[in-house]
Design a protein around this ligand. Sequence first.
Ligand SMILES: NC(=O)c1ccc[n+]([C@@H]2O[C@H](COP(=O)([O-])OP(=O)(O)OC[C@H]3O[C@@H](n4cnc5c(N)ncnc54)[C@H](O)[C@@H]3O)[C@@H](O)[C@H]2O)c1
Length: 283
Amino acid sequence: MENRFRQLPPRIEPRYETQDVSGPPPLPEVPETIGLTVAGQVADLDRLAGALARAPRPDPARPVALVDRDGEAVARAAKELAGSIAIQADISDADQVKAAFETTVSQLGRLDVVFNNAAIDGRMARLHELEIEDWRKVAAVNGDGSFMVFKNAIDHFLQAGGGVIVSTASTTALVGKPDGVSAYSYSKGGLISLTRTAAIEYAADNIRVNAVAPTVVLTPMLEQFIADSEDPAATQSMVDHFNPMPGVVVPEEIATVVAFLASDDARRITGVTLPVDAGDTAR
Ligand SMILES: NC(=O)c1ccc[n+]([C@@H]2O[C@H](COP(=O)([O-])OP(=O)(O)OC[C@H]3O[C@@H](n4cnc5c(N)ncnc54)[C@H](O)[C@@H]3O)[C@@H](O)[C@H]2O)c1
């Protein structure tokens, strides 16, 4: 019988012999011109994505391209971030993502960090109650969207000589949760795998790929959830004790980790998904 494994292409061997082993080349030397694309929510800069958008810019002179499907919100946010541009794009649409990257590079002149943050929760329900449409909606944004962001970012970085991708995963993809999040956790689990795979595939190309996995974060949605609950004080207490470290995690505490992973301080970190979870996944 024919051995079908013989038909597979040969395994890609590490390029040890030809590789320069002196370490990654330094990141671009003119940080004030580093471009950052934030694929994600910027509707309100106090929300998670907004804080994340702000954090990786220790130098306010850094231009940023803010990308979101909500055009009005992204335009408002761009006004608050000096030197930033707003791009309306749906990351589940391949042409729109490609165009967003082209606009970023043509308007900012360069692009060194891509923050892949846009996502939807989808309908929260137990798995057997979900319809295939519910599942596909989440997969289209969180799955297809991440693929398209990665594809365009890497394509650009290969031409530019390097770059960094940081994505927002979730603790729901690291441990099982009873909250009706199967479609969401499946999509974020895929993103964690994509992060590892891309990190290895482009490790020798000066491209780093990492992710953060936040626990529940104090967003306006959560604040509203607490306020609307039957017993806001009890709900607040439940939220405060959700993780082993008491108190609720706030957007800035995620943002600073994204900023670190995007920075040259993390130049030897690739392929990781770093929980920012006040101990949630350690137990
Ligand atoms: N808030 C939390 O507790 C929490 C916890 C873990 C992980 N996360 C992750 O953090 C990230 C930000 O979440 P958030 O809490 O700020 O949520 P959010 O809903 O406030 O932000 C999501 C943003 O993504 C944008 N978006 C959605 N679909 C899009 C699409 N197809 N194309 C372009 N933009 C699109 C939305 O317009 C919105 O602005 C997400 O990846 C989310 O999964 C959030």
